[in-house]
Design a protein around this ligand. Sequence first.
Ligand SMILES: [Zn+2]
Length: 327
Amino acid sequence: MKKTNFVLVLFFCLSFSIFANGNKENLWQNADEKKYMQEQKFSVYKIKHKYCSVEIPKGANIGNFITIRFNSKKEIKRAWVSFINQNNNAIQTLRAFPINEKKTKWVAIAGIAVWWKPDLWQVKTKIMLNDYVFEDIKPFIVAKQKFPEFIMHLDQKNTKIITKKTKKKTIQRNRFKEVIKTKNYQAKLCPGPFIKPFKFIRISSFFAEKRVKKYTNKKSSTSRHWGMDYPARKGTVIKAPNAGKVVLAENRVVTGNTIILEHLPGIYTLYYHLNKIYVNEGDFLEQGLPMGEIGSTGFSTGPHLHWELRINEIPIDPRYLLERKLY
Ligand SMILES: [Zn+2]
């Protein structure tokens, strides 16, 4: 090899390795620098097999959701997704569900939990056709996200709501858990897009905000706030932001008058502190249907709507629903 050629090859090798490294560095730097709710864009792995294909996003920030797609020429029998952490433990395994009548298109929708460690994880998918099973495993970036912190001084009423242990609270908590962990695969498919439950302008509390609650008895506790709070005049009407089934409509000690809507298997939106509830459990609501009024019932310091999203029990920032469909 001539000397100039050798230098050229060396130059290419070096610049490629710098480029490759630089790319990786950038990926992580972007994850760190990401400002609150500026959704980081990740591309998607498109894996092709003989009769089917799988699409897996390459990453997501904590508090966001992702959609994994399975497509096939033949009917898909079953499909699953697992999230594997840096210690090689499967942290979450989800069943996908069909989104067309021929059952050739399936999706799994996963929430990236705020408590997951930002790191390089893996996503494992499995797709079952009549005679074939295809498995894939791909790296997956769980990216950081910053959340605000807040010290809250509670009055007598709110201190009592939170600290007093009652049988009623336990019963309500158990029912709540039961409702949101239900994965009803017969659920009507309502992927969105969602609209705002009312024309909110101001935000009084953010998703995943870290709250230090100071009680009147000088004790304190720390928790996270799993929804968005939008203040408004008492009596402001809220509308179903997307079609869904009312799976819970009751007065609760902590969350006041509460509505839970089911939109997809394992996917629920929650509405707290309402002044009035217009709907009943079992009702199927069309998008835009008035379902209640904003109030200040339960653990609350003024009239506002607490809007929450749960995906397979995991709380996710509901504002993502206003940006894109669930699938
Ligand atoms: Zn709230």
